[in-house]
Design a binder for this molecule. Structure first.
Ligand code: ATP
Ligand code: MG
Length: 400
């Protein structure tokens, strides 16, 4: 049976064809369809130019129009539609120097990284497979289209992609391709870290991440990745990961907690990650520190946003070999006396009222933090009168 994602995309293929052009499903969707595993995204390749696609469909987002890629929005879904193209050389090892639009699907397939990804399927389910990708899929082999060293020189990211496919699919790298990886691995350091980061995140998240990490250690990938290349025992440390990490910030948290001397800021900067990734890492490191000292306290759960619960559970499992459940976290969350500081029945103005002779300053924040902590820890009721008495007990107002 066809995946529902193909069915949703079928009208796009039909519309392009009825306008007199060719259109195929390509890439990972066809590969995964043959493997009978779930599809992440459906990529479409077409002989129509981006301009034609823009005319044919009402909602088109020109995401990479110079490379021939647009996104067609259909029923609130996005489909990448890329014009058949051949690529020139990659002098910067990032983008092809020039892209030429062509009308031959087989030529388009020949620029693709691996035989398993160089398949096209038409709207009837017929498959084009000029590089015998189906045999490689059957044998679980990752093999470049054409000479592996040439293909890795054009774009070294393909090596990184090979590792993440090992992790996601449980395939092995075919012997000649692996030999080329070994002799070409140092080209990795010419790549933009943002591109590397996307593949690395998928690598740590795959079901066969252990095999992938072992392979990366074998070919010394870590020596060419920022931060990882500063860790002396990197292979051992990564080899100890006992469950996949879903997000890069989980990996960063793991590194920080196993190597406290590495700064989170530095890691984020070297990997050019977002502020959001920085905050997620910091929150998880903090939560792990609290957990190690005091267990699953109110304060830990209060501070950890619920969208980090899954990551936290994974990290506890990997770093401490302890199992906690989402149910436990939800239970603590439900029992919290307050959910955020806006719910505190006491304000900065109330404090100024108690200490009229003091000028505004950092003491206000310190006192509010103490109140917040005491309420969350159930040491103080969230009630104006009790809070007032509590503050005055711990910080007696100065006598005039
Ligand atoms: P996923 O299931 O994760 O989406 P995918 O194989 O579809 O895997 P994408 O990154 O979506 O991977 O790329 C779509 C297709 O584009 C690939 O299957 C491959 O044919 C081609 N491709 C992607 N990156 C490269 C590259 N660096 N060099 C050559 N071909 C590439
Ligand atoms: Mg894809």
């Amino acid at each position: 049976m066809w995946d529902s994602k193909f069915k949703q995309a079928l009208p796009i293929l039909e519309k392009i064809e009825s306008a007199g052009y060719q259109a195929f499903f390509v890439g990972g969707s066809v590969r995964n369809c043959i493997l009978a595993i779930s599809i992440t995204d459906v990529d479409i390749a077409t002989s129509a130019s981006p301009a034609v696609i823009q005319e044919l469909f009402p909602k088109v987002i020109p995401v990479g129009i110079e490379h021939g890629t647009v996104i067609v929005r259909q029923d609130r879904q996005s489909f990448e539609v890329t014009t058949f193209r051949s690529e020139g050389s990659y002098s910067d090892k990032r983008h092809p120097d020039q892209v030429t639009f062509i009308t031959d699907i087989d030529m388009d397939l020949s620029r693709r990284d691996f035989t398993m990804n160089a398949l096209a399927m038409d709207r009837h389910g017929d498959i084009r497979d000029p590089f015998d990708g189906q045999t490689d899929i059957h044998n679980k082999k990752i093999r470049t289209v054409g000479n592996p060293t040439d293909r890795f020189m054009e774009d070294p990211l393909r090596m990184m992609r090979a590792f993440r496919f090992v992790s996601q699919l449980g395939f092995t790298i075919e012997a000649d391709t692996l030999m080329a990886v070994k002799s070409s691995i140092d080209w990795i350091d010419s790549l933009a870290v943002e591109r590397l980061a996307k593949e690395l995140e998928k690598l740590f998240a795959g079901g066969y991440y252990m095999e992938a990490i072992g392979l990366c250690s074998e070919v010394n990938l870590w020596g060419y990745l920022p931060v990882f290349n500063e860790i002396a025992d990197v292979s051992a440390i990564l080899g100890n990961i006992s469950a996949p990490f879903n997000r890069l910030y989980e990996v960063f948290t793991y590194i920080k907690l196993t190597h406290p001397a590495i700064s989170i800021k530095d890691m984020i900067k070297k990997w050019k990650q977002s502020n959001q990734t920085y905050h997620a890492t910091s929150q998880l490191v903090e939560a792990m520190d609290v957990y190690k000292k005091a267990g699953l306290t109110n304060w830990l759960v209060y501070q950890l946003p619920s969208e980090r619960y899954d990551s936290f559970i994974r990290l506890v499992k990997v770093l401490l070999a302890e199992q906690i459940s989402i149910h436990q976290l939800n239970q603590v969350e439900t029992s919290l006396p307050i959910k955020n500081r806006q719910m505190i029945d006491f304000s900065g103005n109330d404090l100024i009222h108690i200490y009229p002779n003091r000028s505004k300053g950092p003491w206000l924040q310190t006192y509010l933090n103490e109140i917040e902590y005491a309420i969350v820890a159930n040491e103080l009721a969230n009630n104006y009168t009790e809070i007032k008495e509590w503050v005055m007990k711990w910080h007696p107002p100065e006598i005039e």
